[in-house]
Design a protein around this ligand. Structure first.
Ligand SMILES: C[S@@+](CC[C@H](N)C(=O)[O-])C[C@H]1O[C@@H](n2cnc3c(N)ncnc32)[C@H](O)[C@@H]1O
Length: 203
């Protein structure tokens, strides 16, 4: 999600340590049981926090993270949610092994060209890294509108040492789930949403 650069975003993020993580010592990292990687403007993470979930939301695009924070600041109640404005590859030292019960990958960038495969969040070596932070009985929930990325996931996920819990080609939103901005837009266009839920092999 690359929008126009927002020069106000970085200072705004820096002014709100109650909602933004700046270093590995942040005590919220010990509380959070769930993580969204690639949170965009935060609709999903805010919706889940309002349902009582406690989560860290990673977003590497600073302008996007700024827009996310603006929305978060409009909420009347203080939510159990913090933004980590970094790329997943740069924040592995922020997490400890097995810390998350659920990791959400919502409408991850598809990087359709083969030469860009390594940039995909589902690229098996990266997915293995992501898996290190998943609790033994935890699960990863991946949603996409993109047929090729869905097909790629069906191959990449077992290669990274996971097994499928659910593979839904035409996913209907569960009561407990929340739509992200992309999901809302794609559903409005009549697109099918694909979902794969997976866990570490041998669970
Ligand atoms: C296509 S957008 C989807 C946003 C949101 N999840 C939604 O469904 O509305 C993907 C987002 O993931 C972010 N992103 C991609 N790779 C990332 C990474 N390795 N670490 C953190 N954020 C990432 C991008 O900056 C972008 O905002």
């Amino acid at each position: 999600m690359r929008g126009r650069f927002k020069s106000w975003a970085k200072p705004l993020l820096e002014a709100h340590p109650e909602y933004v993580i700046f270093n590995e010592q942040d005590s919220f990292l010990k509380e959070a049981k769930e993580c969204e990687i690639g949170a965009g403007k935060g609709d999903f993470a805010i919706g889940m926090a309002k349902k009582g979930h406690c989560l860290v939301a990673l977003e590497r695009d600073i302008s996007c993270a700024g827009l996310f924070l603006k929305k978060l600041l409009q909420e009347e109640e203080k939510l159990a949610l913090k933004i980590l404005p970094l790329d997943f590859d740069k924040c592995v030292s922020y997490f400890h092994e097995g810390q998350f019960q659920i990791i959400y990958l919502n409408f991850s960038d598809p990087w359709p060209k083969k030469k860009h495969e390594k940039r995909r969040l589902l690229y098996p070596p990266r997915l293995k890294e992501i898996g290190k932070f998943l609790a033994p009985d935890g699960e990863v929930r991946f949603k996409t509108d993109n047929d090729s990325l869905f097909e790629y996931g069906l191959k990449a996920i077992p290669l990274a040492g996971f097994s499928f819990l659910k593979v839904e080609e035409d996913y209907s939103l569960e009561e407990s789930d929340v739509m992200s901005e992309y999901e809302r837009n794609f559903r409005a266009e009549g697109k099918k949403i694909h979902r794969i839920v997976f866990q570490k092999e041998g669970q």
